[in-house]
Design a protein around this ligand. Structure first.
Ligand code: GLN
Length: 476
């Protein structure tokens, strides 16, 4: 069999068509890799290998019977994926990496999972994350932290820690993930992979364990913009089971990717390049800015003046919604009781209950909502001048395991460059843009106005044609 490395959806489909390998061979290859290496990484919470092998055999039979053209109508036929463990999967354990749900088996699937299954993707299992998606490092998982495949002493970023680590480790082609305050972009950037946080409401939240419902955005992590585009065009779009999903046409992202954005205007938000930004992160993002400039993009500085209030506003609104969403886990309907909640979850329930309680609501929750409005307006104003913004994802390169666990505030500050995007509900694309001297990945984000996913993909695709950061893989 040909060497299966640096795979992509297109390469797999090509291989299936040319009979270079069968779907079963590909699935066995990934399963073997996971069995060999995931004991070090801990990216999976549950594996569904038997089911995957069965689906692989069925896919091979279909290709044999109907010929390779069947791939055109089944865009993810034979493509191995996995789901962050907050996406409900019918008949397969869905734990949110939380002890409370350790034995919970849903009787239905989330809309995203159903759409991927309809496109004939093959799931290899469920991916570890911070419990209930609360965290920035993956260390809040009740089932042990995920490690960064580039260096096992470092965190992979969170909360979609398993999604990013598994893609970087080449255990799967792509993963579902979610971003409430940065949880797709931060792990993508720490693991050297690409991630899309779509516009709020672009993708259905139905059947995904809710964190903070006005901020949760269902996105994806993959090795390249091209693969993200191929999957987002399947998961995005109106869903009548989620009233906040928008009935706006979904572009054929992957087919329209190749067009250069003409006269692209990129804004550099001054507040994102100030105090606290590590030198090497700045240097790598500056290099990327130069690349865009060389391609003819017009670069100008812009301001998002309320950025400094984003972290306090986010941590009040998010915790308020968390305290309400987690009320249903009362030990009666979903497995274990409330004493099974971890430290960080309890902290958020308490913070949220406090900021919503009478006498404090105006001072905290309502005030935070006012700030949210101002932050949203900052973006609206900026997008009158430019098509998109470019910024680092994290103020620092990946940090070490346990470096920030003792100090929750330090951990919260990892999100300083990501949470505003969620407060404003706009999309952002995270791309690898370099490495530290110690071979740890660094990422940038392109942030656009609502429903500008196609534009972000085009710019990101062009960047990935000119660079090969996204092709680098860790040695396991
Ligand atoms: N790190 C942020 C938090 O802890 C974001 C989490 C997320 O996006 N799910 O809340």
């Amino acid at each position: 069999m040909t060497v299966l490395q640096n795979l992509s959806i297109a390469k797999l489909q090509e291989g299936y068509k040319n009979k270079d390998f069968s779907v079963r061979e590909v699935v066995d290859f990934f399963i073997e890799r996971i069995e060999k290496h995931d004991n070090k990484i801990n990216s999976f919470t549950t594996t569904t290998f038997d089911q995957a092998r069965k689906l692989a055999n069925m896919a091979d039979e279909k290709i044999a019977k109907d010929g390779p053209d069947i791939i055109a109508g089944n865009p993810l036929l034979g493509i191995p994926l996995a789901y962050k463990d907050i996406y409900s999967t019918k008949g397969v354990k869905t734990t949110a990496s939380a002890r409370v749900l350790e034995n919970y088996v849903p009787s239905f699937s989330s809309t995203v999972v159903s759409r991927l299954e309809d496109a004939e993707a093959i799931s290899l299992g469920k991916l570890n994350c911070d419990a209930w998606a609360h965290g920035s490092s993956g260390e809040n998982s009740d089932f042990g932290p995920t490690k960064n495949p580039w260096n096992l002493e470092y965190v992979p970023g969170g909360s979609s820690s398993g999604s990013a680590a598994a893609v970087a480790s080449e255990f799967i082609i792509a993963a579902t993930a979610s971003d409430t305050g940065g949880s797709i972009r931060l792990p993508s950037s720490f693991c050297g992979v690409s991630g899309i946080k779509p516009t709020y409401g672009r993708v259905s939240r139905y059947g995904v364990v809710a964190m903070a419902s006005s901020l949760d955005s269902m996105g994806l992590i993959a090795s390249s913009v091209e693969d993200l585009a191929r999957i987002l065009e399947i998961t995005a779009g109106k869903d009548f089971k989620d009233a906040t999903s928008w009935d706006i046409e979904v572009a054929s992202y992957s087919k329209e990717l190749n067009e250069q954005v003409k006269e692209l205007r990129i804004g550099i938000p001054a507040e994102y390049f100030g105090k606290g930004l590590s030198g090497v992160v700045k240097e790598k993002v500056d290099d990327a800015i130069k690349k865009f400039e060389e391609q003819g993009a017009q670069i100008q500085e812009v301001s998002l003046p309320h950025s400094e209030y984003a972290i306090p506003a986010y941590y009040i609104i998010m915790a308020s919604e968390v305290s309400s969403n987690l009320a249903r886990y009362d030990g009666i309907r979903f497995g274990n009781g409330r004493d099974a909640f971890g430290e960080e979850t309890k902290r958020r329930i308490m913070l949220g209950t406090f900021s919503l309680s009478s006498g404090y609501k105006d001072e905290y929750y309502n005030k935070a909502q006012e700030v949210r409005r101002l932050i949203t307006k900052d973006f609206t104003d900026a997008f009158e001048k430019v098509d998109m913004l470019i910024a680092p994802v994290s103020p620092t390169p990946p940090f070490k395991l346990r470096e920030k666990t003792e100090d929750p505030l330090q951990m919260y500050l990892s999100d300083i460059l990501t949470v505003s995007v969620n407060l404003a509900g706009v999309p952002a694309l995270s791309l690898p843009c370099g490495f530290t001297q110690d071979e740890l990945p660094i990422g940038l984000q392109l942030i656009g106005p609502k429903f500008s996913e196609l534009k972000l993909f085009r710019a990101g695709y062009e960047y990935q044609q000119l660079t090969d950061w996204h092709k680098r893989k860790p040695q396991l």
